[in-house]
Ligand binder design. Structure first.
Ligand SMILES: Nc1ncnc2c1ncn2[C@@H]1O[C@H](COP(=O)(O)OP(=O)(O)OP(=O)(O)O)[C@@H](O)[C@H]1O
Length: 693
C-alpha cells in the first residue's frame, strides 16, 4: 500500500486572494481540519487550518479579509509514492494532524489526515490477517493452538484432516482429552520449544514442533503426518549416522574387523583390516571374502549361524586369533562379522603358535580316540530363531549365578546341550560336569547312585565304599535328566540335599557337604505330575527357581537349514564326504515336516541321508521313506489306485523306518520296541527294501 492509496483526494485548494469566509465554508463543507494553500501556478505554499480561522477572528478580522495574512507557511508534506510502512513511521514522529501530499514537482495531489491514517491501519491489519489466514487454511501442515489452560482454540483444515477431527467439535476441549499420545501438559510445564519431535497423535505418527507462547498464552503445535516414505527417509538418516558411528568405533580397534553380507561380499572393513590385507577400503568393498582369505570360515558362519570366538586360524601361512559372529535379522542370517587379532601381537603370536600346535595335537588325539568333540558352549547351540536366541542369552546370564535351573521341552530340543553349556559358562566350569538319567537307573540303585555308600554299608558293598554322583560332582554341576521319572522316595531325599546342601552316604552317619550346582530337565509336564501327586510340589518349586522352556523345532523352522549345515559339516568330516547342502525339494520337505523327535530326529535323518547320498546335495531319494512319502496333499487313501493291502504296506514301511531311525539302527531294540522277532524284522526290511546306515 502506498501513500497515494491512503490519502484524501480531490481536496479544494485555497489561494492567497481567497477570503476568510471562503476558507471557513470550504472547511465546513469538506469536514477537514486544514486545506492546502497554493500560488497562482498551483504550487503548495502553505496550509490553512481551523486554528488559523480561530486566531484570525480572535484578532478581530472580518470574514471578507483575504487569507494571505492568516495561513501557515510551515507545512508538512509527503510524497505520493512512499509505502505504508514509511507513512506509519512518519505519522508516529509528527505532531501535526494533517500532511499535504505532493508530486515530485510540489504540486498538490491531496491531503493525509489522522483519519486516513487510522483507516489505512485497519486496512493493513486486515490485509495481514487475510494473508495469515490464507496460509493457515491452505498450508499442508496441521496447526493446533491451545490457550494457557491447554484448551484447544483452533485447528486448521490440514490438522483436522490428519487427525480426523473437526474444529467445531474439539474447540474449547482440553487437548489431552481429545488427542492421545502427546502429553502436552508436561511439555508445556517445561516451557521449552520442541523441534522435530516424532510422536503419536491419535495413533497417527507425526513430526511436530511445539512452541509455548508463554505462561499466559498457551502454545502452538505445528505437525506433519509421517508418510511411509518420510519414515524411511528418517530411518535412512538414522542408519547413515549409525553406520558412521560404527565405522568410527571399528576404526578405534586394533583388530582387523570386516563385515560380509549374506552372499559373502565385504560390506565394511575397518582401517586395521585394510592394513592387514594390504589393500585400500575400496579394493575390499564388494569383494567376495573367499577371494581375500583363501581358507575363510565366514562362509560357514553364513550357512550355520554358528559363532566362533578366539579360534586359531592360519592365514597367509601364519596363525592368528580370529572370531566370527553371524548377523541375524528376523530369523535370517543376513551377514557375518570377522575379527582378526594381529597387531601388538609379539607375545600373543607366540601363544597363538603354541596353541595352534596344541590344537593340532588335540585333533590328532581326538581322531585316535574316535571323534570326541570338545566341551559344549553356547556357541555350539545353533539357532537363528529370535526367541531361542533370547533364551540362550538368558541362560548364559543365569549360568553365572548358582541357582538351580530347570530345563523343560520336548524330547530332542537340546536340553542336555543347554545343561552342559550352562555348566561351561558357570563359576563351576572348572569342576566336573556329571549327568544322571533318572529314568535309566533302577529304583533300588538310585539312592546309592546319588549319595554313594560307606565301606561295609551292606553285603556285597565295595570295601572302601563308593562315591555317589553328588560327591563326584563336588565343585561342579550335576545334571539330573528326566527328573520327572524320579521316585517319590528319592524326591524327598533330593529335596533335603537341596535344602541343607549336604547329604549322608548310605551306611554313614557323617554328613558330607555338597557344593554342587543342580540343573534338572524333563520332557514331561511336571505341573500335571504334581497335580496327580506323582511329583512333590515343594521339590518342584525348589527346582524351578529359574526355568527355560526350549522350543520345538517345528515352531522355529528357520533353524532347520542352519542345523542341517552344521550336521553336514561334522558328518562330512567323519565320513570323508563332501556334501554341500540339500536340494530345494529336500529343503521343502524338511521345512514342512513336524519333527516330533525335534533336533535329534533331524540329526538322525541327515546322518542317514549322508550315508546314501551320491552327489553333492542331499536328494529326496536319500531321505527315509516316511519323509520321502510324507503326504502334503490329501490322504493317500483318497487316490484312485489305493487299497487296504498297499495302505498296510505303506504304514508298515513307515513304522519300521521311524523305529530304525529312533533306535539308531539297532535291530534288536527295534524288534523289541515293535514287539516282533528279529527274523521277522529282517524279513520285512528285505521285503520293503529298507536299508540301515
Ligand atoms: N540348537 C542345537 N544346535 C545343535 N545341536 C542341537 C541343538 N539342539 C539339539 N541338538 C542336538 O540334538 C540332539 C538332541 O539334543 P539333546 O540331547 O540336548 O536334547 P534333549 O532335549 O536333552 O532330549 P531328551 O529330552 O530326549 O533327553 C543332540 O545330539 C544335540 O547335540
Amino acid at each position: 500500500m502506498l501513500m497515494s492509496d491512503m490519502m484524501t483526494r480531490d481536496v479544494p485548494l485555497l489561494h492567497l486572494q481567497d477570503n476568510l469566509r471562503r476558507g471557513v465554508e470550504l472547511l465546513r463543507w469538506t469536514k477537514l481540519d486544514a486545506l492546502p494553500v497554493v500560488d497562482k501556478d498551483g504550487f503548495l505554499i502553505g496550509i490553512f487550518t481551523k486554528a488559523n480561522v480561530l486566531d484570525a477572528f480572535l484578532a478581530g478580522a472580518d470574514s471578507s479579509e483575504i487569507i494571505e495574512r492568516h495561513y501557515n507557511t510551515q507545512v508538512v508534506t509527503v510524497e505520493a509514492d512512499i509505502p505504508y510502512q514509511e507513512v506509519e513511521q512518519q505519522a508516529k514522529q509528527t505532531s501535526v494532524g494533517t500532511g499535504v501530499v505532493v508530486d515530485k514537482e510540489g504540486k498538490v495531489l491531496g491531503i493525509f489526515t489522522k483519519v486516513d491514517m487510522i483507516i489505512a491501519l485497519f486496512r493493513e491489519a486486515e490485509q495481514q490477517a487475510n494473508k495469515i489466514n490464507t496460509v493457515y487454511q491452505a498450508m499442508p501442515n496441521g496447526i493446533i493452538v491451545v490457550d494457557q489452560d491447554n484448551r484447544i482454540q483452533q485447528i486448521n483444515p490440514a490438522g483436522e484432516k490428519i487427525l480426523g477431527l473437526k474444529q467445531e467439535v474439539i474447540k474449547e476441549q482440553l487437548f489431552n482429552r481429545v488427542i492421545s499420545g502427546l502429553d502436552l501438559d508436561s511439555v508445556l510445564r517445561q516451557s521449552q520449544y520442541l523441534v522435530g519431535v516424532q510422536t503419536e497423535m491419535n495413533q497417527v505418527t507425526v513430526l511436530c514442533n511445539i512452541s509455548p507462547l508463554g505462561q499466559m498464552a498457551g502454545a502452538v503445535i505445528v505437525f506433519q503426518a509421517l508418510t511411509d516414505l518420510d519414515q524411511v527417509a528418517l530411518e535412512l538418516d538414522a542408519t547413515k549416522r549409525l553406520y558412521e558411528t560404527l565405522l568410527t568405533v571399528t576404526n578405534i580397534a586394533y583388530e582387523a574387523i570386516f563385515v560380509v553380507d549374506d552372499q559373502g561380499k565385504i560390506t565394511l572393513a575397518n582401517e586395521a583390516a585394510c592394513q592387514f590385507f594390504g589393500k585400500r577400503e575400496n579394493e575390499l568393498l564388494q569383494k567376495p571374502i573367499d577371494q581375500v582369505i583363501e581358507n575363510t570360515r565366514l562362509l560357514r558362519t553364513l550357512k550355520t549361524g554358528m559363532a566362533e570366538t578366539n579360534e586359531i586360524q592360519v592365514i597367509y601361512g601364519r596363525p592368528y586369533i580370529v572370531s566370527r559372529l553371524p548377523i541375524v535379522r528376523q530369523g535370517k542370517i543376513i551377514g557375518a562379522v570377522g575379527k582378526i587379532t594381529f597387531q601388538k601381537l609379539d607375545e600373543v603370536k607366540e601363544v597363538a603358535q603354541r596353541l595352534a600346535q596344541l590344537d593340532l595335537e588335540l585333533n590328532y588325539y581326538k581322531e585316535q580316540i574316535g571323534s570326541a568333540r570338545g566341551p559344549v558352549t553356547f556357541n555350539q547351540i545353533i539357532t537363528v530363531n529370535q526367541d531361542m536366541r533370547r533364551l540362550k542369552q538368558e541362560a548364559e546370564i543365569a549360568a553365572r549365578g548358582n541357582s538351580t535351573i530347570m530345563l523343560t521341552g520336548e524330547s530332542g530340543t537340546g536340553k542336555e546341550l543347554f545343561a552342559e553349556a550352562i555348566h561351561r559358562a558357570s563359576p563351576h566350569r572348572n569342576g566336573p560336569y556329571v549327568k544322571v538319567n533318572c529314568a535309566a537307573v533302577p529304583e533300588n540303585l538310585l539312592e546309592s547312585e546319588f549319595f554313594g555308600y560307606a565301606g561295609g554299608a551292606f553285603t556285597g558293598a565295595q570295601k572302601g565304599g563308593k562315591a555317589g554322583k553328588f560327591a563326584v560332582a563336588d565343585g561342579g554341576t550335576l545334571f539330573l535328566d528326566e527328573i520327572g521319572d524320579m521316585s517319590l522316595n528319592l524326591q524327598s531325599k533330593l529335596l533335603r540335599v537341596l535344602e541343607d546342601r549336604s547329604f549322608e552316604p548310605i551306611g554313614s552317619n557323617e554328613s558330607v557337604k555338597a557344593d554342587v550346582r543342580i540343573i534338572a530337565a524333563t520332557n514331561k509336564d511336571l505341573t500335571e505330575k504334581v497335580a496327580r501327586g506323582e511329583f512333590r510340589s515343594d521339590l518342584y518349586y525348589r527346582l524351578n527357581v529359574i526355568s527355560f522352556r526350549l522350543i520345538p523345532i517345528r515352531n522355529r523352522s528357520e533353524d532347520i537349514i542352519p542345523l542341517v549345515h552344521v550336521f553336514l559339516e561334522r558328518l562330512n568330516q567323519d565320513f570323508g564326504k563332501r556334501i554341500l547342502g540339500v536340494s530345494p525339494e529336500v529343503e521343502k520337505i524338511l521345512i514342512a515336516h513336524r519333527w516330533p523327535g525335534n533336533v535329534r530326529e533331524l540329526k538322525n535323518v541327515i546322518e542317514r541321508a549322508v550315508n546314501f547320498a551320491a552327489g553333492e546335495l542331499l536328494e529326496r531319494a536319500d531321505l527315509p521313506f516316511y519323509l520321502r512319502e510324507e503326504r502334503q496333499g490329501p490322504p493317500l487313501f483318497l487316490t484312485k489306485d489305493w487299497n487296504l493291502e498297499n495302505a498296510r504296506e505303506h504304514l508298515d514301511k513307515e513304522t519300521l523306518e521311524k523305529a530304525l531311525l529312533e533306535m539308531n539302527g539297532n535291530k534288536s531294540e527295534v524288534a523289541r520296541l515293535l514287539g516282533i522277532s528279529r527274523s521277522w524284522l529282517y524279513e520285512k526290511m528285505r521285503r520293503y527294501d529298507i536299508k540301515t546306515p
